[in-house]
Design a binder for this molecule. Structure first.
Ligand code: KIV
Ligand code: ZN
Length: 502
């Protein structure tokens, strides 16, 4: 077996995501969780960049046991001193030195020629090596660097003592085949390459960061730099959870390769990072998005319920998700509906099933998602159903602060359609008076309660009423996404009980 070193840079490159800054305590909390997750290296920050970053790297180095703790430095003695002074508190310190090597960066940013860059890189690695044995070097913008020069730089920094050479696709420009070939060429052309670990660091500007990293792994890279939730400069870095699960799920391709990550901690880590950085995770994000294991279409739900692997390539539990989520909505079929009824321990007789399923479908047309509590209400109503002498067909209300509330109601009784209108103190009162006109009974309302069965603007409202008529008291219940409709249904239900009992 061949281990892929997982180098997490959430606290360094990830924190470079616009709007994702973290304070020292937050960084420490994330670093501790990264250790629980089982990453091999934590790049905790860029110590020279600010006193806060220096302190954060120092406290992570002091407090977090297990992973290597790394600090970033430009190829300058001052940066290297800062990085070392911050990471030296770790039992396993690393200094990560970088210098750009592409023509574009050398010409416009550094204004230096190749030979000068080469000298600076070697000098920086040599200087860092006097402080710390574990040295990583990154030729920044490697994927746009001229190949023979890149090979020269890599050979020289290994000669100077670098133990890891990281090949960054700094601007996310590479494509998978090309990037894989770049790693292969380094392996084949740099004579001392066996003395170091080849690492990759891919940005996601073309949405290819994970693909490029995995292509590099297939061509000999053994360290992948990545971040939780794919955070990072601009479009972000390769997402750690996708790299780890890609290697694990496709072990037919990655064969003897593995990571030391405890995948069951992935979801929890993702939530923590999202909460502390204030960067939400898109619902359809692979592995950790809230929809990653949610099935909405009837065909998919039926398949997953019969055999999970029909539509799932990863067990939700393996990444710390509680379970597959069957979202009951308008695309759901009878199988998913009945399965949920069974799981909720609800009992419906054969003849009640059709009716309840029909009501579920109607509700699903009005609501985005039908929750368990909605189903409980539907089933409850089916079970406690009494013969309906009156059934609500339609209603119309007019109400406002400047008009007297009025209501028109149409009820069906046997095969007749009965209609009446009334005004009232409010829309519900107007409806109830109109119902009284139709049914010929005057019920006095002793109690009226309304509650939202679930959360959200489209939640099902449930109304419970107590009605007194001719000395008898009955209760009635009705549910709908429209609270006036729920109110009328509850009242008509009470009236039906009065008629039935009589
Ligand atoms: O993207 C990049 O090139 C970097 C380096 C510092 C490794 O973040
Ligand atoms: Zn980067």
């Amino acid at each position: 077996m061949d281990k892929i070193i997982i180098f997490d840079t959430t606290l360094r490159d990830g924190e470079q995501s616009p709007g994702a800054s973290l304070n020292i305590n937050e960084k420490l909390e994330i670093a501790k969780q990264l250790a629980v997750l089982g990453v091999d290296v934590i790049e905790a920050g860029f110590p020279v960049s600010s006193p806060g970053d220096f302190e954060a790297v120092k406290i992570v180095a002091k407090s977090v046991k297990g992973p290597i703790v790394c600090g970033l430095a430009r190829s300058l003695e001052k940066d290297i001193d800062y990085a070392y002074n911050a990471v030296k508190h770790s039992g396993r310190p690393r200094i990560h030195v970088f210098l750009a090597t592409s023509k574009i960066h050398m010409k416009y940013k550094l204004k230096k020629a190749e030979d000068e860059i080469l000298k600076l890189a070697v000098a920086a690695v040599k200087y860092a090596k006097t402080k710390c044995s574990d040295i990583e070097f990154s030729p920044e913008d490697a994927s746009r660097t001229e190949h023979t020069f890149l090979h020269r730089v890599v050979e020289a920094v290994i000669g100077a003592g670098a133990t890891t050479v990281n090949i960054p696709d700094t601007v996310g420009y590479a494509t998978p085949f090309e990037f894989g070939e770049l790693i292969k060429a380094i392996k084949n052309n740099v004579p001392n390459i066996d003395r170091c670990v080849i690492s990759v660091h891919c940005h996601n500007d073309l949405g290819l960061a994970v693909s490029n990293s995995l292509a590099a792994v297939l061509n000999g890279a053994r360290q992948v730099e990545c971040t939780i939730n794919g955070l990072g400069e601009r479009a972000g870095n390769a997402s750690l959870e996708e790299i780890v699960m890609g290697v694990r799920t496709r072990n037919d391709i990655f064969k003897a390769l593995y990571t030391g990550v405890n995948t069951k901690e992935l979801y929890k880590t993702s939530r923590l990072v999202s909460k502390l950085t204030g960067m939400p995770v898109q619902p359809n994000k692979a592995i950790v998005g809230s929809n990653a294991f949610a099935h909405e279409s009837g065909i998919h739900q039926d398949g997953v319920l019969k055999e999970r692997i029909t539509y799932e390539i990863i067990k939700p539990d393996d990444v710390g998700f509680e379970e597959t989520k069957i979202v009951l909505g308008k695309h759901s079929g009878r199988h998913a509906f009945l399965e949920r009824i069974k799981r909720l321990g609800l009992d419906l007789k054969k003849d009640q099933i059709e009716e309840a399923f029909d009501r579920f479908k109607k509700l699903a047309d009005k609501k985005k998602e039908v929750f368990d509590e909605d189903l409980e209400t539907i089933v409850d109503e089916e079970i406690s159903k009494i013969p309906e002498k009156f059934h609500l067909l339609h209603f119309y209300i007019a109400s406002g602060d400047q008009v007297k509330p009025t209501a028109s109601i149409k009820l069906k009784s046997r095969n007749k359609i009965l209609e009446a209108s009334s005004s009232g103190d409010g829309p519900v009162d107007a409806c109830y008076k109109a119902v009284d006109k139709i049914t010929g009974r005057t019920g006095s309302l002793l109690d009226y309660q309304i509650r939202s069965v679930t959360s959200g603007k489209d939640a099902l409202g449930e109304v419970s009423v107590k009605v007194k008529s001719k000395g008898r008291i009955v209760s009635g219940r009705g549910a709908s996404t429209d609270i006036i409709e729920a109110s009328i249904k509850a009242y008509v239900n009470a009236v039906n009980k009065l008629v039935y009992k009589k």
